[in-house]
Ligand binder design. Structure first.
Ligand code: HEC
Ligand code: HEC
Length: 151
């Protein structure tokens, strides 16, 4: 047992030591060594074309297809609800928040948006026009089902 622990400690030591020894060799997403200041990339533009995007699965919070800069959400005001509340959609022609946004955690429906869905940007985000940082091999369920039915 003692032998195993010493071996483990030695391994951890070697691993951390080799990483600390040469920070230039650390692979990072910021494309530069951790010990060097890299130039900040330009602030990317957001998709603002008003085209609602496909959801990857039904439970996914849809991404926001419009600009949300300076849309205030705090205790007193919720800018999103100016357009997305049940009452507002006639004028705004925005999709109303769905019934799940009225549910409390016991599954009871409230008269207005539930506190757990009040801060919209906890779940919904707009999309930046940038290249993916990491490869993505996600396959839509429809594609999988189609392949299955062909077999
Ligand atoms: C000025 C009105 C307005 C405001 C304010 C607004 N939206 Fe929207 N939103 C729309 C409209 C209209 C659409 C439909 C697509 C479009 O025209 O952009 C939409 C679409 C969306 C969608 C896509 C829904 C889907 O089914 O794909 C989401 C999510 C969304 N908004 C979230 C938000 C959030 C979160 C905020 C606050 C940060 C917000 N919106 C503020 C008008 C608004
Ligand atoms: C805890 C996560 C969460 C929060 C917070 C949240 N939503 Fe959603 N939203 C979802 C999910 C998940 C869906 C898709 C499934 C559903 O309707 O529940 C959704 C769907 C929507 C849709 C599409 C409705 C439809 O019928 O197509 C709109 C619009 C929307 N949300 C707006 C908002 C706005 C505005 C707020 C803030 C008041 C908000 N959401 C807060 C998770 C969230």
């Amino acid at each position: 047992m003692l032998k195993k622990i010493t071996l483990l400690l030695a391994m951890v030591f070697v691993m951390t030591n080799s990483a600390l020894a040469d920070p230039d060799k650390l692979a990072t997403l910021r494309k530069g060594a951790l010990n060097k200041e890299v130039k900040a990339p330009p602030i990317p533009r957001v998709y603002n074309d008003d085209k609602r995007q496909v959801r990857s699965y039904p439970e996914q919070p849809p991404t926001i297809p419009h600009q949300i800069r300076n849309y205030q959400i705090d205790l007193n005001t919720n800018r999103c609800m100016f357009c997305h509340s049940r009452k507002a959609i006639e004028e705004s022609q925005a999709p109303a928040i769905s019934i799940t946004h009225y549910m409390d955690r016991e599954g009871q429906f409230l008269a207005t948006v539930s506190p757990r869905r009040y801060f919209c940007t906890q779940c919904h985000i707009s999309q930046n026009k940038v290249k993916d940082l990491v490869p993505n091999s996600f396959v839509d369920i429809d594609a999988i089902l189609q392949q299955k039915s062909k077999k």
